[in-house]
Design a protein around this ligand. Structure first.
Ligand code: ATP
Length: 475
């Protein structure tokens, strides 16, 4: 077996282990599992919901609540079909599709690698099916939007699409925000919500799904004086280039907030010719997933493309009057775009750790306390001693109430199985601290033990100091 083969096998082993842990411990289930599943869909279970909500909260705090130039929205998923004509999605949101004439399997052409080591293309198509060896048909463009009909009619005028991105929900509300809040530039709009793409080949667990969530910002800035502005002119110093760089730093800040290993995140300056049609500059933030270095987030300078398109298609004026310069113009836009489910996957993959503790193999999630579903689990040493159970319940209730006071959720009570099993279970779901009530707690008022997930070390902490001790570590 070659070194590369070994590496690929161990990477897919890690992904299998993560998927199975997610199912076993109640993070994420396959969508519609009892019916054999539905490809590209995933159902979040209680611990997955908690993890995802923690990530959303951290994002919303950093990008909206902690700033005074951001407007949060929650736009409808179904939008007037003209939205998608204006945005370019009806005409161009397509992937190259190729189908095997023999086994009928479908592939994304650009994901098939030819003998020359290059992705299949119309000019140099891969001709052999990787699954059965049959011959592949011609490459054709496949639009990835999910089409539906609004109301009882099924004619063309009733067509709508499940949105393939959250961004357009903000552009179409730009004027509403101007008219209701009267912000001055620069300012941004933000939202978290579902997006749908009929991916030809959903794969790699949450990485490429057909239904997923995005967290996106459209940040509006002055129009540059020189429309050919490449970001190097003086005018750019307080224009889009500076905002672009600020967001670049903010994205790294968010990555640190959620505890991702910084050295696993890489910036890729997307070259001319490879960017989306609307973008004058794009940086992809790639992450070292177990299956390779792949896009996690994007940061794009969308110019005035979207507002101008919507103004033209809707015949509504989407310009901004600048009181300072007494000019009217269409603002330009910087877009930081975050995939929420890819974030969940990156966090899980980064945290997944195997080691040995007390000569036994151990699997644990080294989650940052900020994202961990449970911050603390409280146990009685023995389940069948009412005094221990009552005391543990009391400690649990106090911790839960005190944590809630400062807006932190995630205190668990666990008395299932023996103490070793409970530690292992909490390690597997990434709980940073376990508190155990034992006989010394009651008989000698000797406090409780607090066990640290990563080192397995235990410390005795006086009951009166427990809340402060733990909050100091998880806040
Ligand atoms: P890719 O090239 O991987 O298909 P993209 O460049 O089309 O991604 P964008 O349109 O920029 O992605 O979407 C913004 C973000 O939404 C991505 O950075 C990613 O985190 C997330 N995202 C996009 N497609 C999917 C998907 N099918 N499943 C899960 N997340 C996705």
């Amino acid at each position: 077996m070659s070194k590369n083969q070994e590496k690929n096998d161990s990477q897919s082993d890690v992904m299998d282990s993560i998927v199975s842990l997610c199912k076993r411990r109640g993070f994420i289930f396959q969508g519609s599992e009892i019916y054999g599943g539905l490809a590209g869909t995933w159902d979040y279970a209680p611990l997955g919901v908690a993890l995802k909500n923690n990530i959303k909260k951290i994002w919303w705090k950093r990008f909206i609540d902690d700033r005074d130039d951001m407007y949060g929205v929650d736009a409808a998923i179904l939008m007037n079909q003209r939205t998608w004509e204006a945005s370019g999605h009806v005409g161009g949101f397509a992937d190259p599709l190729v189908e095997c004439k023999k086994c009928q399997h479908r592939f994304r052409a650009d994901q098939l690698i030819g003998e020359d080591g290059k992705p299949s293309s119309v000019d140099a198509p891969v001709k052999k099916c990787p699954d059965c060896g049959g011959s592949l048909g011609e490459i054709r463009q496949f639009n990835m939007m999910f089409k539906t009909h609004i109301g009882a009619a099924e004619d063309a005028s009733a067509v709508s699409y499940l949105r393939p991105e959250t961004a357009q929900g903000m552009f179409v509300n730009f004027k509403n925000i101007l008219d209701t809040f009267h912000p001055t530039l620069p300012f941004g709009m933000a939202q978290i919500g579902k997006a749908f793409r009929n991916e030809i080949a959903p794969r790699d667990f949450l990485f490429r799904a057909r239904e997923f969530e995005q967290m996106e910002i459209e940040y509006f800035v002055k129009a540059p004086k020189d429309t050919k502005d490449d970001g190097k002119s003086e005018d750019a110093a307080d224009g889009w280039q500076k905002v672009f760089d600020d967001f670049r730093q903010q994205i790294h800040g968010f990555i640190a907030d959620i505890g991702l290993t910084a050295s696993k995140v890489h910036e890729l300056e997307v070259p001319d010719g490879e960017r989306a049609h609307y973008s004058k500059r794009t940086i992809d933030f790639e992450f070292d997933f177990p299956f390779g270095k792949k896009e996690l987030y994007g940061l794009a300078y969308r110019t005035d493309f979207d507002l101008k398109q919507h103004a033209e298609f809707s015949k509504v004026d989407l310009s901004y009057y600048d009181e300072e310069t007494k000019e009217r113009y269409v603002p330009h836009c910087i877009e930081p775009s975050f995939g929420l489910d890819r974030t969940v996957l990156a966090v899980l993959a980064d945290a997944y750790t195997e080691d040995a503790m007390s000569d036994e193999k151990r699997v644990f999630l080294k989650l940052a306390p900020a994202v961990a579903p449970y911050k603390v689990a409280v146990f009685p040493l023995l389940k069948n001693k009412p005094l221990l159970v009552a005391k543990a319940r009391e400690v649990f209730a106090t911790l839960k109430a005190e944590f809630a006071e400062v807006g932190i959720q995630g205190v668990a009570f666990d008395d299932n199985g023996n103490i070793g099993k409970r530690y292992r279970r909490q390690d597997e779901v990434g709980t940073p601290f376990c508190v155990t009530v034992d006989f010394d707690t009651i008989e000698k008022s000797a406090g409780v033990t607090v066990r640290d997930r990563d080192s397995g070390r235990q410390e005795r902490v006086a009951e009166g100091e427990l809340v402060g001790y733990l909050l100091g570590k998880v806040k």
